[in-house]
Ligand binder design. Structure first.
Ligand code: CO8
Length: 258
């Protein structure tokens, strides 16, 4: 049997997903994304999992969409299969938090996949870029939309139009990544962060993720109301009672995730 293109492992309440196509620097083919989407859907539905970490290899998180596969495609080929829709698009509907643990290259679709995750923890050797323009195309998986929201129009234009790469420190200064750590620390750092998230009340974690994402998707008036209504809704959970009672009683909460 062929090795899986996405390896999975469970550590406590955290699912670790590792892109596993080293010979092509984890280039994202439809097959890779199909396996990734299936694994993420399964973990999303698994009540023993509270958060996920997505990573690649030390050399590449993912060096982009699979150029070898795309090179011969016509307009009709990509239009009819709705390339980058389907399972590609489905990843944004995963409700549990996903941390991208990025080492090495995160280019093109690889950078876009990292941005689709909820936040990025980068190793010092990480390099981010949207070099599609060198191939005669443009980013097609959120690069022209998520990058300016993450790092400002000026820097996004710079990266998208010149195809230059940004190192981990520049990416942190620009706000694309939340933490930069030495390579050997990266996975532990991401798993520890995911473990903290997974220890929180799952309904409040999911609502927090939805509310932060709404900040990018609607007008301020709508999204502030969305936030307030979700805040109100959490008062219907047992975990809100437990969390606040535990604070008053000066002890750790015992969340039941309901
Ligand atoms: N697709 C297919 N194969 C790839 C890709 C890729 N994106 N990137 C690397 N590979 C392959 C190489 O062809 C090579 O294979 P082989 O050994 O059989 O020749 C192997 O991986 C190792 O790569 P290199 O020998 O090139 O390794 P280097 O260390 O010399 O260079 C680089 C590393 C700089 C990362 C270089 O490989 C590179 O420039 N890769 C392409 C980067 C790129 O242009 N990415 C954007 C792709 S386009 C894209 O993502 C489209 C976006 C639109 C939608 C996105 C949806 C995901």
């Amino acid at each position: 049997m062929d090795a899986p293109l996405v390896k999975t492992e469970v550590r406590g309440r955290v699912a670790l997903l590792t892109l596993n196509r080293p010979q092509a620097l984890n280039a994202l083919s439809n097959e890779v994304i199909d396996q990734l989407a299936q694994a993420m859907r399964d973990f999303d539905a698994d009540e023993n999992i509270g958060a996920m970490v997505l990573t690649g290899s030390d050399k590449a998180f993912a060096a982009g969409a699979d150029i070898a596969a795309m090179q011969g495609w016509s307009y009709m080929d990509v239009y009819k299969q709705d390339y980058l829709g389907g399972n590609w698009e489905s990843l944004k509907h995963i409700r549990k938090p996903i941390i991208a643990a990025v080492a090495g290259y995160a280019l093109g679709g690889g950078c876009e996949l990292a941005m689709l995750c909820d936040f990025i923890i980068a190793a010092e050797n990480a390099r981010f870029g949207q070099p599609e323009i060198k191939l005669g195309v443009i980013p097609g998986y959120g690069g022209t939309q998520r990058l300016p929201r993450a790092i400002s129009k000026a820097k996004a234009m710079d990266l998208v139009l010149t195809a230059r790469m940004m190192d981990a420190n520049e990416a942190e200064r620009a706000g694309l990544v939340s933490r930069v750590v030495p390579l050997e620390r990266m996975l532990d750092e991401a798993i520890e962060a995911a473990t903290i998230i997974a220890s929180m009340s799952l309904p409040s974690v999911i609502m927090a993720k939805e509310c932060v994402n709404m900040a990018y998707e609607g007008s301020l008036n709508e999204t502030l109301m969305f936030e307030r209504r979700n805040f109100h809704a959490l008062f219907a959970t047992d975990d809100q009672k437990e969390g606040m009672k535990a604070f008053v009683e000066k002890r750790k909460p015992d969340f039941k995730h309901q």
